[in-house]
Design a protein around this ligand. Structure first.
Ligand SMILES: [Zn+2]
Length: 117
């Protein structure tokens, strides 16, 4: 089974790793103190990554407004889902908004706009 994750959680992980990448890039820049131009480039790249992660966090905020709160039929806890198919944040139970997809095997491709299902 492929390691599917709830989308909101996945984007959050991505935003968090962007912050770390930004910090690492800036840290690498410090090693180029003797080359100010290189150092500035690294600092800027690091800053872009951190600003990017802030943007991703803002995007999560926007996405959260579009998510549908549902009660997971498997664990009974409330979760948020995005798109036609998503997974429970707590137990990874596949969930779908589309009755036509009910009972089918979980496939992230169902979220693609050109899906003909
Ligand atoms: Zn669940």
């Amino acid at each position: 089974m492929k390691p599917y994750k709830n989308k909101i959680n996945r984007i959050r992980t991505f935003a968090l790793s962007l912050i770390f990448i930004g910090i690492v890039i800036m840290y690498v820049g410090i090693y180029f103190r003797s080359h100010p131009v290189v150092m500035v480039i690294f600092m800027l790249l690091g800053l872009i990554a951190i600003v990017g992660s802030t943007a991703v966090y803002a995007w999560i905020g926007l996405l959260s407004m579009k998510t549908v709160p549902v009660e997971c039929p498997n664990c009974g806890r409330h979760t948020k889902m995005l798109g036609r198919v998503d997974m429970c944040m707590h137990c990874r139970e596949p969930l779908t908004m589309d009755p036509a997809l009910e009972g089918k095997e979980f496939d992230v491709n169902y979220n693609k706009k050109n899906s003909k299902l």
